[in-house]
Design a protein around this ligand. Sequence first.
Ligand code: 5AD
Ligand code: SF4
Length: 447
Amino acid sequence: MNSKVYIETFGCQMNVADTERAATGLRQAGYEMTSTAEAADIVLLNTCSVRERAERKVFRRIGEIRNHAKRAARKKPVIGVMGCVAQLEGSAIFASAPAVDLVIGTRATDRIPSLIERVREGEATVIDLEDRQESEVWDVSPAERRSPYVAFVPIIEGCNKFCSFCIVPYSRGREKSRSAREIVAEVHGLRSLGYKEAQLIGQNVNSYRPQSQEGLEPYSGATSFSRLLRAVADTGMQRIKFTTSFPRDFHPDIVSALEEYPNLCDWVHLPVQSGSDRILKAMRRGHNSEDYLRRVESIKNSRRRLSLTSDIIVGFPGETEEDFEKTMQLVRNCEYDALYIFKYSKRAGTPAAMMDDALPEADKTRRFMALEELQSSVQDRIYNSYVGKTVSVLVERQSARSTEDMTGHSTCHKVVNFRANETRPGEIVDVVISHAKPNSLYGTLMS
Ligand code: 5AD
Ligand code: SF4
């Protein structure tokens, strides 16, 4: 009987994409994939370290898996840690969690089958934090994709920005762009398999800079990324989304591309992190609030109505009430369609961790709540402005609230629920919005 592997994924879409790749390689090597830790001979935790809470969760999970095996009086599964915690903590993981047999760095995804083999041959601890191989394989088999309709397509890995609060440049290494030819071929393949949406993903998609322009020659564009958008749109894939965009590299030509190709979706995720120039400087973001607002203006002035979303960190070291008020003002001005707010979390090894003017937790919480309240009133207005309008929705599944309703995302990346009326997952339908909830829209099928 084949050995069974279970991969549990934490964190961002890049980890989801890595899990899909890892599963593809494992299946090719003869392993069977399973959907629970309890049924597995090998459990891999694909981890996130962007904030402290995410990291703590991993160690809790390792304990649970080991204890479950003990209680069930069965052999402890082989336990492997992959992803960002693996890359950052390395062999220290074996000391803090002795149940772990295997540590797989963020650039070792292709080598997982041979690493598992080494554990099974009796090596007590196996670790691979080495770089990627030149011959790296990106293929993902459709069977391993999380959804049969929406596919994640990594276009760039890693990050060169070194924002002072962020661990990602250390856990994911330097930016490395995939070849355009390979990306376009993957999207063509997805389309012929019946996928309806491709999400181009990367820590900073618009910093995309491939080694050659091969595959992009026929397309005009001010940057490689805007050329890539046009090339991917030309595959005819019905919906194309991309995330995350980095403000400093956000060229207005991206907006032009969105205006030219209706299948490029009307949504831009452009994190600002703070509205205070003093804090942005301490964060080493490489832009001030004015630079950011210029980008926002190009998005808001588009011929298409584009949704705009952002991330903000409250309670960065040294953030005063005045700094925070600037963030509130920026949020009022930008009228985001959605905002992801995070309390600053100190990450060892980052420059911000050396700053000694940390804020009390209570201040962070207060600011978090004030910002959340402001955003909810902004969002209320925006969501209500959709009432009476028609949005295009990719049907995903039955709604959790009602068996008579289906749910999906609009092109502008809002959750839309609607009366099902025989629609099936994977269909794209037009929905007339009848009312707005805080984080979702509700409507009926256009007849
Ligand atoms: N503390 C809090 N939030 C963080 N993020 C990244 N690093 C930290 C940190 N140390 C947030 C940023 C980023 C999002 C993915 O996570 O807002 O855009
Ligand atoms: Fe982190 Fe900044 Fe890179 Fe985003 S751009 S991953 S916040 S260092």
